[in-house]
Design a protein around this ligand. Structure first.
Ligand code: A3P
Length: 312
């Protein structure tokens, strides 16, 4: 068994997250205009957070020089966000969410059925980002290898690609199994389209403008004709682009202080579609395709692997 990952409420998670999930479920009070960004780790969360932040009415303007609040976060906030998974009173990063300006934007990896009742019962909106599980796995493997235990400044014992892949295929990775996490939000988006918007990383990359307009519409703040012709959409896309975000000082030298130290720079690796092909053996490709086929075909979403196996 993996000493670092446990099954809790049908969710695979690392030990500090268990307490945080319990605390979040018990205490978190959603407000009607909250925006929740949900994802599996490495699905493009940081990008979507930035896009949602810049699209919200409060921050929707074309920055002159470098004056957008997205560009001025302090050294340990990658983007000015509050992570629901670190919702815990004894966490040094704890910020009382009731003090945050509205609309509040939160990020979480918690599966849909395990979100707090107040999220389910309020009118708040959830935007989920789904990424091809092949690329998500490779991104996750690189990221895990870069996590450092803060007390000892030592790296966590790392798994070989093959070991990590075995666990991933069994669903044993943070906030997994990946199929449950994705399908939970996918089903919710089908049942409640005004509550949950289901985006795909690949589509967001292929046509960021179209997806951003969809997102603004979903958030009940569509871009006006004037805003569009004034170039605000292109400006948001540029502000949140991989190249721009990667070069921000906070993302080059900042750290997220946690039990594990995570350097912000590791949130920006390649930002490409199809990098998995450089790592997967034919056996791995076959195995993961089979897992996806089996798990997804039990739902109404059949054969997504055909789409995910395409490499641009
Ligand atoms: P890669 O490791 O494949 O490069 P998360 O934010 O959920 O942790 O996901 C991180 C992944 O999203 C990384 O993928 C990272 O490079 C990519 N990413 C980060 N910012 C991005 C952006 N602005 N545009 C596109 N991809 C981005």
């Amino acid at each position: 068994t993996d000493p670092y990952i446990y099954l809790f409420q049908h969710i695979w998670c690392r030990q500090p997250h268990i307490k945080a999930i319990i605390s979040f479920q018990k205490h978190f009070q959603a407000k009607h205009d909250d925006i929740i960004i949900a994802s599996l780790p490495k699905a493009g969360t940081t990008w979507l957070k930035a896009l949602a932040f810049a699209t919200a009415k409060r921050h929707r303007f074309i920055p002159s020089q470098n004056d957008h609040p997205l560009l001025n976060s302090n050294s340990h906030t990658l983007v000015p966000f509050f992570e629901l998974t670190i919702y815990s009173d004894n966490n040094p990063n704890y910020v009382d969410p009731s003090t945050l300006p509205e609309p509040r934007i939160f990020g979480t990896h918690i599966p849909f059925p395990s979100l707090s009742n107040s999220i389910h019962n309020s009118n708040c909106k959830i935007i989920y980002i789904c990424r091809n599980p092949f690329d998500t796995f490779i991104s996750f493997w690189h990221f895990s290898n870069n996590m450092i235990l803060s007390q000892s400044s030592q790296s966590l014992p790392t798994l070989t690609l093959e070991e990590a892949f075995e666990r991933y295929s069994e669903g044993k990775h943070p906030f997994g199994p990946f199929w449950s996490n994705i399908l939970g939000y996918w089903k919710a988006s089908q049942d409640k389209p005004s509550k949950v918007l289901f985006l795909k990383y690949e589509e967001l990359k292929a046509d960021t403008k179209f997806e951003l307009k969809r997102m603004a519409q979903f958030l009940d703040c569509p871009f006006t004709q004037e805003e569009e012709s004034g170039g605000i959409i292109d400006s948001i896309i540029e502000l949140c682009s991989f190249g721009k975000m990667k070069e921000l000082e906070v993302n080059k030298s900042g750290k997220i202080p946690d039990r594990r130290i995570i350097e912000n720079k590791h949130f920006f690796r390649k930002g490409e579609i199809g990098d998995w092909i450089n790592y997967f053996s034919p056996e791995m490709t076959e195995k993961l395709s089979k897992v996806i086929e089996e798990k997804f075909d039990q739902s109404a979403w059949s054969h997504p692997e055909e789409e995910w196996l395409k490499v641009n």
